[in-house]
Design a protein. Structure first.
Length: 164
């Protein structure tokens, strides 16, 4: 699968949103791939991890978040579900699951299950599309999750022990 061709279908080449999506997704993919290299004992599907990381936010185009160039109508919290439906329609079930399960540490009923889903979700927490120049520490990322509840923070810190 060529993730670039999927992005090209939905995002114009000169689009600010596309540039932000690609920058953020590459940050998440690079961190995920570094963790794959550091932990060969986890037997992660490296190619899938890169593809899934590059596509995890494909649904943002249809959401309303003007500060990050998203001019759609859906609430931003739905971007994972939208991306999941899109990728599932294209025949990419595993990639769709990553989209649906990366928000916070997983929305109710959509918690990351596989190691690859957990890894992309974990890596995503270090980068914000609102401030793409920032890279959070584990402690800062954990603190940012507190608004979703302490259970999510504990889940994230468990992933930190496994992946760092």
């Amino acid at each position: 699968m060529d993730y670039q061709s999927i992005i090209n279908q939905y995002y114009a080449e000169d689009d600010q949103l596309r540039r932000l999506l690609l920058f953020h997704s590459r940050q998440v993919a690079d961190r995920s791939l570094a963790i794959c290299r550091q932990h060969p004992e986890l037997s992660l599907d490296v190619q899938f991890v890169e593809e899934a990381a590059m596509l995890h936010d494909i649904g943002i185009r249809w959401c309303h978040a003007p500060s990050i160039y998203c001019m759609g109508e859906a609430p931003y919290i739905e971007h994972g579900q939208i991306g999941g439906r899109l990728l599932r329609q294209l025949g990419f079930e595993r990639h769709a699951r990553v989209c649906e399960r990366h928000t916070g540490t997983g929305l109710p009923g959509f918690e990351p299950e596989t190691l690859e889903e957990q890894l992309v979700c974990y890596a995503d927490k270090f980068y914000s599309k609102s401030h793409p120049e920032r890279v959070l520490t584990v402690d800062q990322a954990a603190q940012s999750l507190e608004r979703f509840g302490h259970e999510g923070v504990e889940k994230f810190l468990g992933w930190a022990k496994m992946f760092e």
